[in-house]
Design a protein around this ligand. Structure first.
Ligand code: AMP
Ligand code: ZN
Length: 462
């Protein structure tokens, strides 16, 4: 694809020829990878069929996939349209766990150059292998995203995300380098140092989980640092954990810059799978790399665009461990398939949550994000909150603890009426009455990685 010849002449009669993969486009170009980013729907589907065939062929190298595909009567030649993907059986996290660590690999281990392991948001580890090409393509996806929101080689990119097994660190690192920015691999935590780096190195773009960005801002306030005045920040990439639109707005207001939602998961590579463009009207999922389906989690049948269902992804350009129809457990919907930015890659709504994050309390289904969006609308409340579920005399209860903005008030009457109003609005949203506790700022635990929003202490799990 990006193979372009580069000629240069160091001596008068010598012509050297080199092949450069993934060149960085001209600064003025709107797209990092124009050819793929601006494909028409027809072109996307033609490429998807071709790559799905190749992927099925590749999966035949793996005995587990081979047996499943044979049982379903699927061969590469039998795939003639994107809809044919529905003939392929689903893959689940349990498949990865049952075949831990390398059982779903499609290449010999000697062809792999890295693995990432995810404890997942929900338990046992899974392992994902990468060939060098997988890593190159992954970096290309991330570079594409960062370019899309206006970052260029002159920018300074600080990655305040955990490095190591968590893909947010190395994933963004290689992508930002591919784009050609000066990178600051600050990793997560140590907020004072983060702020010093931002000021000293002229950081213009920051990547972190949303809950950490709010923490960073609190430390800035404590230190008398005004991000608008004292930093050169212009873009934030936030993701890796569910967050509400209200939380995003709050982050944008705090730091005075646009915050773009970034979706990724280790099983597909890591960050880079989906990212918002400047329109901020949903995440473009890169359909030259993935086939995106939204299915009803019960019937596993596709749901119409606009309806919420489970996100199912098939990686169609990966070598070491492509996943066929992987059930992500993330709940979302298709918002559209065109965009004023010129990219026709499907636009996916921000995640409503994971089906395994759903709390069932007295028969009512509740997602943490429903609670977050109410809390974030109160300017008297800070950004950190914790939901605790308990059983008291056979009744399940929910307690929502939320930190107060420091400068608000210590007037008991005002606090009590605020607490009542928060309780009322939460009840309207989740249809049952939680116990609301307003606590001083800095009381609730802060995580450097993905925030833990729910603690389930119920004696009988539902
Ligand atoms: P991991 O593989 O450990 O990075 O976890 C991937 C999971 O993180 C996804 O399946 C989602 O549940 C969650 N996640 C990642 N990015 C986002 C995002 N932008 N919004 C909501 N959830 C996200
Ligand atoms: Zn767009």
């Amino acid at each position: 694809m990006y193979l372009v010849p580069l000629y240069f002449v160091p001596g008068p009669f010598v012509l050297y020829f080199a092949m450069i993969k993934f060149p960085v486009p001209d600064d003025s170009c709107e797209y990092f990878d124009k050819e793929h980013e601006t494909m028409t729907r027809e072109q996307i589907e033609t490429l998807q069929v071709e790559r799905l065939r190749e992927t099925v062929q590749r999966c035949m190298n793996n005995p587990i996939y081979k047996q499943r595909l044979e049982e379903a009567g699927v061969t590469p030649e039998s795939i003639n349209s994107v809809a044919d993907i529905r003939r392929i059986p689903f893959t689940t996290k349990a498949d990865l766990r049952d075949n831990y660590p390398f059982g779903l690999s499609c290449v010999p281990l000697r062809e792999c150059v890295r693995l990432h392991s995810s404890s997942g948001t929900t338990g046992n580890p899974t392992v994902i292998l990468h060939t060098q090409n997988d890593l190159d393509e992954w970096a290309n996806q991330v570079a594409r995203n960062l370019w899309m929101v206006g970052l260029r080689p002159d920018d300074v990119f600080q990655n305040s995300s955990g490095y190591g097994m968590f893909t947010g660190g190395l994933g963004f690192q290689y992508g930002a380098e591919r784009l050609g920015m000066l990178t600051v691999p600050a990793a997560a935590g140590n907020s004072l140092r983060q702020i010093k780096f931002m000021k000293d190195f002229g950081t213009t773009a920051l990547h972190a989980v949303p809950s950490y960005v709010t923490r960073l801002y609190e430390v800035m306030q404590e230190q008398g640092v005004d991000p608008r005045r004292d930093t050169k920040l212009k873009v934030l990439a936030i993701g890796a954990e569910p967050h509400s639109e209200e939380q995003r707005q709050r982050i944008q207001n705090m730091l005075g810059v646009k915050a773009y939602n970034s979706f990724g998961m280790s099983e597909m590579c890591g960050p880079g799978v989906g990212f918002e463009c400047k329109e901020q009207n949903g995440l473009h999922f890169w359909e030259d790399y993935y086939i995106v389906e939204i299915v009803d989690p019960e019937t596993l049948e596709p749901v119409p665009d606009g309806e919420i269902g489970e996100l199912v992804l098939t990686s169609i350009k990966r070598e070491a461990m492509p996943l066929l129809r992987y059930r992500t457990r993330d709940l979302t919907r298709v918002l559209g398939r065109t965009c004023p930015c010129g990219r026709n890659h499907v636009r996916i709504d921000r995640m409503k949550g994971r089906s395994d994050d759903m709390m069932v309390l007295r028969g009512v289904n509740i997602f943490p994000i429903q609670i977050e969006k109410i809390l974030m609308n109160f300017k008297e409340l800070a950004s950190n909150y914790l939901i605790t579920l308990t059983t008291d005399q056979e009744n399940d209860n929910m307690t929502v603890e939320v930190e107060l903005e420091e400068l608000f008030t210590d007037d008991y009457g005002r606090l009590e009426s605020l607490r009542k109003e928060v309780t009322r609005q939460l009840k309207d949203e989740i249809l049952l009455t939680p116990i609301v506790k307003l606590v001083p700022k800095g009381t609730l635990p802060v995580s450097e990685g993905k925030a833990v929003r729910v603690v389930d202490k119920r004696t009988v799990y539902q």
